[in-house]
Design a protein around this ligand. Structure first.
Ligand SMILES: [Zn+2]
Ligand SMILES: [Zn+2]
Ligand SMILES: [Zn+2]
Length: 155
């Protein structure tokens, strides 16, 4: 809990610098994501926040809060899975790189890893070759996490 609280404090001061504000509800949603190893859906977050806030947020409010957190770079939306994860670089000083999200198809555990420059260049090259324009280079990759591999008996 101490670690999560310090990440939230950091996020709060970052928001203050940008002139935005972390409300109690926004903090509760971010805290829910930070305490989870799994990517969560908006509805799962509504359940988690109901316990922490003592009130049930309507889906529209939850989506607005998630949109805010995404704009502030605190949260990533996994479009294919339609789930959310807290950014692993909230307290980092370096610039946020293009991320690949390794998503376990069984349990939705997610690892955020940086895409190498060569990989990004090759991706951009492929897009250009066919005359498309890159909208977002974010990659979401279907995987099996370590514990789900063990559970399936496939080391
Ligand atoms: Zn991130
Ligand atoms: Zn980092
Ligand atoms: Zn898994």
């Amino acid at each position: 809990m101490g670690k999560i609280q310090s990440i939230i404090d950091h996020a709060e001061s970052q928001c203050q610098l940008r002139g935005t504000r972390m409300t109690r509800k926004r903090k509760a949603v971010l805290s829910g994501l930070l305490s989870s190893r799994q990517a969560l859906s908006a509805y799962e977050l509504i359940d988690i926040c109901r316990d922490n806030l003592g009130e049930k947020l309507p889906p529209m409010s939850m989506y607005r809060i998630l949109e805010f957190l995404e704009e502030e770079g605190l949260v990533h939306r996994l479009k294919l899975a339609n789930r959310y994860v807290a950014c692993t670089h909230i307290t980092c000083d370096h610039q946020h790189e293009v991320s690949q999200f390794l998503i376990c198809v069984e349990c939705y555990q997610v690892e955020e890893v940086a895409m190498s420059k060569s990989m990004l260049d090759s991706l951009k090259g492929n897009v250009k070759k066919v005359g498309f324009q890159l909208v977002s280079p974010q990659l979401e990759i279907n995987c099996l996490c370590g514990s789900c591999q063990t559970a399936k008996g496939k080391p």
